[in-house]
Design a protein around this ligand. Sequence first.
Ligand SMILES: Cc1cc2nc3c(=O)[nH]c(=O)nc-3n(C[C@H](O)[C@H](O)[C@H](O)COP(=O)(O)OP(=O)(O)OC[C@H]3O[C@@H](n4cnc5c(N)ncnc54)[C@H](O)[C@@H]3O)c2cc1C
Length: 247
Amino acid sequence: MKVQLLEATEDPEELICTAARNDYYDGYVGDESFEAVMESIDGESIEEKQETLIGHLLDHGHFGPFEHPQVTFAVEGISRSCMAQITRHRHVSFDVQSMRYVSFDDVDPAEVEEGAMVVTPPSAADPDWVGRNQRTGTVDDETVAKREELFQRSVRQSVEDYQELLDLGMPPEDARFVLPIGTKVNMVMSMNARMLMHVADMRAAADAQWEIREMTERVLDLASDWCPITFDYYESEMKNRKNRLAP
Ligand SMILES: Cc1cc2nc3c(=O)[nH]c(=O)nc-3n(C[C@H](O)[C@H](O)[C@H](O)COP(=O)(O)OP(=O)(O)OC[C@H]3O[C@@H](n4cnc5c(N)ncnc54)[C@H](O)[C@@H]3O)c2cc1C
């Protein structure tokens, strides 16, 4: 999979601090410099003052100001299973690649066995992989070789059948019914910083499925470049806490 930051609010932490200071400021933040708005906050420099205020907000659960900065990510090559999970988050906006308008008629089914078009889960080839609700623990090399062969045969067959149905004149919106849930999809998603923390609470957690966890970790890496004080604090003080109903 690939995850990229497409667009984001410039200087998100100045925005978070300005919005938060608005609540307790006797003047009008729109008329003041950022330095004036932050004057009463502890810290030698403006960066230290931002760290003080953002740490205080997150520590006290004052999450509203984190709804102002927005970020948009492009995601390539996740499974439709992962897409179904992330799109359950109602405060995230999505655009998802269509299987009605994009047909996979030029994909070579032999390449599907090697990972084209369908995501191959690590458990297909890793004998030591242990996932949730698995019937056995680790397995021997012979068993995992059979597992890999069966997985490859199955995804190749479904793509061959899909392409044959297209050749027989079936519309892509119907032929797609035979494709596996592991079929790859590209997606654009936008959210605010508060929602990003909520998604991470749920989807970077140990009980989340490996693929959405991997995607969320990549999103978090990009978020800590974009909005560093907030997401460094999130990483060190908040991540892996018990999920809150309303973060
Ligand atoms: C490990 C794991 C396993 C899961 N398994 C399943 C499963 O088997 N089946 C299944 O259907 N789903 C499953 N889910 C999805 C889960 O139930 C949620 O639907 C999904 O994670 C969206 O999160 P959310 O409920 O926090 O809502 P979001 O849409 O992310 O909303 C964020 C917050 O806004 C508030 N909110 C939003 N909408 C409303 C509303 N209408 N009413 C009241 N408050 C609202 C809530 O406080 C909510 O937490 C699973 C999720 C995880 C992480």
